[in-house]
Design a protein. Sequence first.
Length: 196
Amino acid sequence: MNNKIANIIVDYIDELEWVDKIAGLTQVTKVNIEGVEKRFPVSCQLSYADACRTGCYDELMPNSKYRSVVFFEDAGFVFVRQEGNKLYYESRLRLVAWLNYKLLTEGGCGSSGDYIISIIKALPTMPVNIGDLLRFTTLVTSQAVRTSDVFGKYTFDEKRSQYLMTPFDFFALDIRTNFFIINECIEPAPGGCTEC
């Protein structure tokens, strides 16, 4: 389900002019390069074979070509409650963003705070209905501590580590999404009303 949620949120963030490369939910993919196992974030939309064959495993890693890279990591999905035939859920995602101020700004300086604010403003905080997901809302609940641990599950060798220092920047936001779906198949209690 979080794959679907991430893809919905991507549609809102993709509208931001500073976003160069964006992906929905990712998974860690291990790739053997010259006898060394390396770990990369790869879109869940790609099969492992496709990612390795086309080199897509490297597309979401920081580099000097992109102004920014944004993707999502799964942080859990929980059932909250049931009210009649309404089933309420909460989705948790972590948005990971990497910024290249050299390309984003003329002078090579900037503040991640401005980009965080633009993401918060782009997200649907007022309830909207998206297909079967009713009263869909998102909320940025926290920002992860800004350390290289944000990328800890991926392979950051010496070549990659340069992209975590000035004029580059990064941040991770924890996002909570709430919505409900209507289950038409819930049986009424014996002798109870059959209408929803």
